[in-house]
Write a protein that binds this ligand. Structure first.
Ligand SMILES: Nc1ncnc2c1ncn2[C@@H]1O[C@H](COP(=O)(O)OP(=O)(O)OP(=O)(O)O)[C@@H](O)[C@H]1O
Ligand SMILES: [Mg+2]
Length: 361
């Protein structure tokens, strides 16, 4: 076995001869080993619920004095806390073997066919399978939580847009309506309506601007019209104008063709990074550079602010950094965030563009 800590195995076996054989086989193959024996279901349950003992594998005989068969399997699997359970049995029953796998058992082995090597192999395979299942469960959990967060963000965004449309356009259209009434009255009383018309034109212009801004936030028009580079350049310029922070954009190298879904994710990552700088960094200088070749695109956003607290960076509880990571996973990119109080924050996104068909998987 690789790894330093000994392998801890719970052997649930009432027959002394069988237990000795299993023990011998285990010692023959595994150097660092701790074996705990339970002679019946009651003892097994006590061992599994006892605090501090963490087993790596459970070997289970199917006919114990106080419980047998599928009932025993169900109970042990339930108590096992995801530790692989390997059934070692004297009954050659293929159908039952298959059923026991569906009950959550990792393997079903006949005692007659047991050798030190087959026992060792099934233990190692079971441990490896458990590792894969755990990492799949972990990534499934992440995907589920991301989907939940995403739908919350979509709802929040809808509410914000509804508010903005209501407050901005509601007021602006009311203003235009009032001006038109004034125009009507003015025309009727034959006064000079030129200034009223001027006001209406200004109000309409203002509304057009607001409309552009809202639709731009929804889906940056520049991204579709001019592509990623121009859209990010625009983002950086707008950021500089709004915040007064000295902001620079630079692009060099060949810019590979990037598919639309990937572009919008890169754009949103830059947007969140810049929003975070406004909200948290206290920076005076921001640089966004994009470089690339035929196979990859590198986007780097640096600020000279106060840096991200190391604890937050390790385990961010808020959405922004998590979303940046999830978006980068979604497009098969790598996201590196390094930060210190002295040097500020560097966010680097490396997008692999040569395996385009895999990029969104
Ligand atoms: N460029 C930065 N400089 C300094 N601190 C930062 C920077 N970016 C992020 N942080 C820190 O990391 C934390 C997490 O950022 P994150 O974007 O995940 O959350 P948030 O901005 O607080 O909230 P939101 O969910 O609205 O994005 C921030 O609260 C802030 O403390
Ligand atoms: Mg944020």
């Amino acid at each position: 076995m690789s790894g330093k800590s000994p392998l801890s195995i719970l052997v649930i076996e009432d027959n002394p001869g069988d237990f000795e054989l299993i023990e011998e086989f285990l010692h023959e193959q595994i150097g660092a080993l701790v074996i705990t024996r339970a002679q019946n279901y009651k003892e097994a349950k006590a061992s599994l619920t006892r605090e501090k003992i963490v087993f790596n594998v459970i070997l289970l005989d199917l006919s114990l004095p106080d419980k047998t068969g599928s009932e025993l399997i169900k109970e042990i699997v339930q108590e096992s806390d995801n530790v692989p359970v390997i059934v070692l049995t004297g009954y050659d029953d293929f159908a039952f073997g298959a059923k026991s796998i569906s009950l959550g058992v990792s393997d079903y082995i006949l005692k007659d066919e047991l050798t030190a090597l087959t026992l060792y192999k099934t233990i190692i395979y079971s441990l490896e399978r458990r590792k894969i299942i755990s990492s799949l469960e972990e990534s499934e959990k992440r995907v589920r939580s991301f989907a939940k967060q995403l739908s919350e963000v979509v709802e929040e965004e809808r509410a914000r847009i509804a508010r903005e449309i209501h407050d901005e356009f509601g007021q602006q259209l009311s203003g235009i309506k009032m001006s038109l009434s004034a125009l009507k009255k003015g025309a009727a009383s034959q006064i000079d309506v030129e200034p009223i018309i001027e006001t209406i034109v200004n109000e309409v212009n203002h509304s057009i601007q607001s409309l552009r801004q809202i639709s731009n936030e929804l889906r940056p028009a520049l991204l579709d019209k001019l592509g990623l580079l121009a859209a990010i350049e625009w983002l950086v310029n707008e950021f500089g104008k709004k915040t007064g922070i000295d902001s620079h954009f630079g692009a060099n190298g060949i810019q590979p063709a990037i598919i639309k879904d990937v572009e919008i994710n890169i754009f949103r990552i830059c947007q969140e990074a810049l929003t975070n700088i406004t909200k948290h960094a206290c920076a005076t200088l921001v640089n966004v550079t994009i470089s690339g070749n035929e196979d990859m695109l590198n986007v780097k956003i640096t600020d000279n602010g106060k840096g991200i607290n190391a604890g937050i960076l390790r385990d961010p509880l808020s959405m922004g950094l998590l979303n940046m990571r999830e978006r980068s996973n979604l497009i098969g990119a790598a996201l590196h965030v390094s930060s210190s109080a002295e040097a500020g924050t560097i966010i680097e996104l490396i997008v692999n563009t040569n395996g385009k068909e895999n990029i969104n998987s």
